[in-house]
Every structure is written in C-alpha cells, then in structure tokens.
Ligand binder design. Structure first.
Ligand code: AMP
Ligand code: ZN
Length: 159
C-alpha cells in the first residue's frame, strides 16, 4: 500500500498520526474507516463517494471501492462495476445539483499516469464551458492511421 501524499492531504490529524498514515497506511482506507475526516456523499456495501480535497471544480468527487485495490489492474470486476455504477449515479446527481455543462470521469492508473493514491478511485469532475481547466492532453491532432490500427490489433490480440 502506501501513498506519496504530503501531510497537507491528511486534515485534522496530529502530526504523529499523519506520519503513521503517510508511512504505513492507505489514506482512502483511513477515510473508509472513519480514521480521517472526509465529506462523504454516498455509501453502499461496496463503494464510497466523497468530495475531493483539492477539487478541480466545484463538485469534484471521488468514488472508491471499499476494498483496497491499488489500481485498475488489480480491482475485481465486481468492484469495478460497482464503482462505475456509483460514478454514474453521482454524475446524474451532480448534473441536477450543479448544472455543469459537462463532466469528466477520470482515473489515473499508476504514477506515470498521475496516480498519487494507490487505492482505486474514479474522479467525477463537473466541467463548465471556458472553465479554463483544460484537459490533460494536447488538443486533438489527427493520429497516424496505421499506428492506430496497429495499436488496435495489439489490444484485440490480448482479449
Ligand atoms: P489521483 O492523483 O488520481 O491518485 O487522485 C488522488 C486525489 O485524492 C487527488 O485529487 C487529491 O486531491 C485527493 N485527495 C487527497 N487526499 C484527500 C483527502 N484527505 N480527502 C479527499 N481527497 C483527497
Ligand atoms: Zn486503501
């Protein structure tokens, strides 16, 4: 387990407890267990949704599986399905509540993809036109057709 987070992401803890969580535990497991505070918005037997502490936009929340799975490669199909269902439920609630122009579902898988907490989670991020937050990749540039087909064949061969 473990996390690469700084202690600023561990609100309301004594420095000693923050250090323990930082070094030994998983911060999202600690939220699940009520050991550190979080703004929880939904919970069922498999999942928990709570507000992101550093939201990209108002309403940015995270949906986690209650069981600790580090990433997409390791999460069970059942928990992935449960998290996905709840992400949709949250998206519909956000759409009604905040009337965003759009919404991103986002998952960082591995440090190279920007994952900072090794407990599977989906970001649900409301978006507004011209909110200035951008996306995490360059604007669309037409890809090379052969390279695209090549990649598709390689992926299909693994299914
Ligand atoms: P990722 O970079 O995809 O692993 O996302 C981790 C997310 O967790 C970031 O958006 C953080 O802002 C968020 N986060 C970190 N600590 C907390 C916390 N204590 N409560 C709620 N969200 C947190
Ligand atoms: Zn965990």
């Amino acid at each position: 387990m473990g996390t690469t987070l700084s202690q600023e992401a561990l609100p309301g803890l004594t420095p000693v407890r923050a250090t323990e969580v930082y070094l030994m535990d998983c911060i999202f497991c600690a939220i699940r267990d009520g050991q550190i505070p979080a703004v929880k918005v939904f919970e069922d037997d498999r999942t928990l949704a709570f507000m992101d502490i550093s939201p990209l936009n108002d309403g940015h929340l995270l949906v986690i599986a209650k069981q600790h799975h580090p990433n997409l490669f390791e999460i069970s199909d059942e928990d992935l399905a449960a998290v996905s269902r709840v992400a949709k439920k949250m998206a519909l609630a956000i759409a009604k509540a905040l009337r965003p122009d759009g919404l991103n579902l986002f998952q960082a898988n591995g440090p190279a993809a920007g994952q900072t907490i090794e407990h599977f989670h989906l970001h649900v991020i409301p978006r507004w036109l011209m909110d200035g937050k951008g996306v995490y990749w360059e604007p669309p540039v037409k890809g090379d057709a052969n390279r695209i087909k090549d990649a598709a064949e390689k992926i299909k061969a693994q299914m």
